[in-house]
Design a protein around this ligand. Structure first.
Ligand code: BGC
Length: 760
């Protein structure tokens, strides 16, 4: 939970606080074991470093929170100002607003001995003023361009308000729907997550090498490094025990791609990685990130992540924690202050090296130079963006509609006709502004809340009689409002039931053991179903939900996620068919919590499920598949996919390694009577490999819009990186092996049509 730290400062920004808010010698790191690789030589940085005292260097490594705490503890604003004045502060998080940031920057630049500007960071996760749908929803669009646009707009709004750095994108792949942070990422697949991670980094920073100094650019942060999504039981901050091959095949790919795309920073994660807390794990932070990938940007800790090495049972005290984190590759400490407090003593005792310290400082200074802060530390107060522009609103509306997934639509219950005589809107989210999702900027929550569904339905069907009854609250057992909702449904031609999770039920520190609709919402749906009148269900939630018996009774179910600022309009756009739904699930929806983990990219067993054989892998009381599979999603028209064609049936592993590719093509026809979207998906399965392979792996997707009666050919290219895999070798061995690979093409992860490719 994010908590309100300083009311006066928060009110200045116009808001109230919201909830939501190896194998190497890691752990024994010493000055001798420390990596001492100087950063890119830069005369400006070298000169500055020569002038800095040890205290000033350690100060650069410190990031303190300003107004809003996004974790336990926090700092007083006066402490922040004093530290800035003394030249003992490198960065501040959770500061916002041109005036506020200029005032604090002035202290650092004009009153500190060396005048080094501060770096201001903020969690701009899916928008600042313009709140886009949550990242999980965006992933459901299967269109990375929507996320690029979110990032571009967010960067502009943020930078103009003094924010230089966003702690986004989050790229933690997870198979845990109980984990609240599933809302912040792209779901269960590394390929999809990678595509979105790169688009978001480029949206914030511009194409690689474009430079960060522009007024519409912010530095991005690839987080959380790494394997945080593997938290056992989905409980936040929990243990992760992971093989090297799973680490490399599942969790690392988005980070590698972000690093290749030039992401400026990386944030360490709260979890342990096979016994070593990520903040002290030199295997991932140094061997992989720095040495294998050549990442030379800044690594920041997560909130108190350095000091939490003590609670992990890994460090003895604050000094030990500081030593371990710095030596394992953490450059900047967020919130806790162990490096600033103990660094000097550690240096003189030889427990940390001066070159390692200089390296970390150099990275921080380099980011400040790259952002242009030495030339222009201030932001133009007159040019601060203080509201969503019309263009931004339009983008938010399009993105939200594009992110929705039509889970079920029996008998063409949707779209609704605008000519419908009367419509009842019922449910706790039907007349609610609480649809922005987790990690929203407090100022935006207050000033630019989500548009309501009820209002948008009235606008979309101006001639209809539209009534509203809440029925039940989002939480709690009170069912006394259900009769009024039933009466509304009985009196209407069709009812739109809007149910879901309040945003505070997903995001950080928001794990749930029961992921059904909270409170008495299922009872409300059951009561509406009993009326026998037509109705549709709209879900607004931050994670996969288990749907109860009501699913059978509901003719249509639209998964709208937490859609953001333009929630109401976007939901109405899809309900009335202004926009054809075309999203697909980026996560499997389990049938029950007991079925978790259930994800499409599981490995096979020696006894794969067979209905007629008891001694196979299954639950006695559940079908083997999830309620809704990864990649599932319907639309208002019908599509037909032809059989996949390969440019050739055989290719040599050697040729693939040299860059050769195989083309897979498929024809797609809109066989219905209206324009619609389909996401063509390509999955691979290596049928016999030296490490058992997932039964399917997504290696291509394309969202296509086609008019009725039209057809097109969709082409994918498969290369070594699609057909090979990482082994358990800790030094990183990627293999493309000879053998047969099945290629599945279809409209979900349950695609049946396949072709075989032989690798020789
Ligand atoms: C979260 C990070 C976030 C940081 C700063 C932490 O609690 O894990 O994702 O960027 O707080 O707010």
């Amino acid at each position: 939970m994010r908590e309100l730290r300083r009311r006066s400062l928060l009110s200045a920004i116009g808001g109230t606080a919201v909830a939501g808010g190896g194998f190497t010698a890691a752990g024994t790191g010493s000055a001798q074991a420390a990596p001492e690789r100087p950063g890119r030589p830069d005369p400006k940085i070298k000169k500055l470093l020569e002038r800095m005292t040890v205290e000033e260097k350690l100060g650069q490594l410190q990031q303190l929170p300003w107004a809003v705490a996004t974790g336990p503890g926090g700092s007083e604003t006066k402490d922040v100002e004093d530290a800035a004045r003394a030249g003992r502060l490198g960065s501040v998080l959770n500061i916002f607003g041109a005036e506020n940031s200029n005032a604090l920057q002035r202290i650092a630049v004009e009153e500190s001995r060396l005048g080094i500007p501060l770096l201001f960071g903020l969690d701009v996760i899916h928008g600042l003023w313009t709140t886009f749908p949550i990242p999980l929803a965006q992933a459901a669009s299967f269109d990375p361009e929507v996320t690029r646009r979110d990032a571009e707009i967010s960067a502009k709004e943020s930078r103009s308000n003094g924010v230089h750095w966003t702690f986004s994108p989050m790229m933690d792949v997870t198979h845990e729907p109980r984990w609240g942070r599933v809302a912040e990422g792209c779901g269960e697949d590394p390929y999809l997550t990678t595509a979105f991670a790169v688009a978001k980094v480029e949206g914030y920073q511009g194409e690689k090498g474009a430079g960060l100094a522009g007024k519409d650019r912010v530095a991005a942060c690839a987080k959380h490094f790494v394997a945080y999504g593997g938290a056992e039981g989905g409980r936040d901050y929990n243990t992760v025990d992971v093989s090297e091959s799973r680490l490399r095949n599942l969790y690392l790919p988005p980070f590698k791609a972000a690093s290749d795309a030039g992401v400026a920073t990386v944030m360490a994660s709260f979890n342990t990685i096979s016994g070593v807390p990520a903040h002290a794990d030199s295997h991932t932070l140094i061997d992989v990130l720095r040495k294998e990938w050549g990442f030379d940007g800044l690594v920041v800790s997560d909130w108190n992540g350095v000091d939490e090495l003590i609670a992990h049972g890994f460090a003895e005290d604050g000094a030990d924690a500081a030593r371990l984190a710095l030596n394992a590759g953490v450059d900047m400490e967020m919130a806790s202050t162990d490096l600033a407090k103990h660094g000097k003593k550690l240096l003189s005792a030889g427990m940390i090296g001066e070159r390692r310290l200089d390296e970390a400082v150099a990275r921080i200074l380099r980011l400040k130079f790259d952002l242009g802060l030495f030339e222009n530390p201030y932001v133009d107060e007159g040019a601060a963006i203080d509201k969503p522009s019309a263009r931004a609103r339009k983008a938010a509306r399009e993105t939200a509609a594009r992110s929705m997934v039509l889970l079920k639509n029996d008998g063409g219950a949707l779209p609704l006709k605008k000519s419908t005589g009367s419509i009842a809107v019922v449910g706790p989210f039907g007349d609610s502004e609480d649809l922005l999702g987790t990690w929203t900027f407090p100022g935006a929550t207050k000033k630019f809340p989500a548009g309501k569904v009820l209002d948008a339905v009235k606008r979309a069907a101006p001639d209809a009689k539209v009534t509203y009854a809440k029925g039940v609250d989002a939480e709690g057992r009170d069912t006394s409002g259900i009769p009024a909702a039933v009466a509304a449904a009985k009196g209407a031609d069709v009812t739109v039931v809007v149910v879901g999770e309040p945003p505070a039920m997903s995001g950080e520190a928001a794990a749930r053991s029961d992921i059904g609709l909270p409170g008495a919402q299922e009872k409300l749906i059951a009561a509406i179903a009993k009326t026998g009148k037509p109705f549709v269900v709209v879900l607004v939630n931050g994670r996969p939900l288990t749907v109860g018996d009501w699913l059978d009774a509901a003719p249509a179910v639209l998964e709208a996620w937490h859609p953001g600022l333009e929630a109401g309009n976007a939901i109405a756009d899809v309900l009335f068919g202004e926009v054809a739904p075309g999203g697909k699930l980026p996560v499997s929806f389990p049938r029950t919590v007991g079925q978790i983990p259930v994800h499409y990219n599981r490995e096979s067993t020696g006894r794969p499920y067979a209905a007629d054989n008891k001694y196979t892998s299954k639950y006695l009381d559940l079908p083997p598949d999830p309620q809704f599979a990864f990649g599932h999603g319907l639309t208002y028209t019908t599509f037909e996919l032809g059989g996949p064609k390969l440019s050739r049936d055989r290719v040599s592993a050697g040729a693939l390694r040299k860059g050769d590719t195989v083309e897979v093509s498929v024809t797609l026809a809109n066989t219905g009577d209206r324009t619609g979207d389909e996401v063509v998906q390509l999955y691979v399965h290596d049928i016999a490999a030296s490490i058992a392979q997932p039964v399917r792996r997504l290696r291509g997707f394309r969202r296509v819009t086609l008019d009725a009666g039209k057809s097109t050919t969709v082409r994918f290219r498969l290369g070594a990186e699609d057909l090979g895999f990482w082994t358990n070798d800790q030094d990183g061995a990627f293999r493309v092996e000879a053998g047969a690979v099945d290629l599945y093409v279809g409209d979900s992860s349950e695609a049946k049509t396949k072709r075989r490719l032989t690798i020789t």
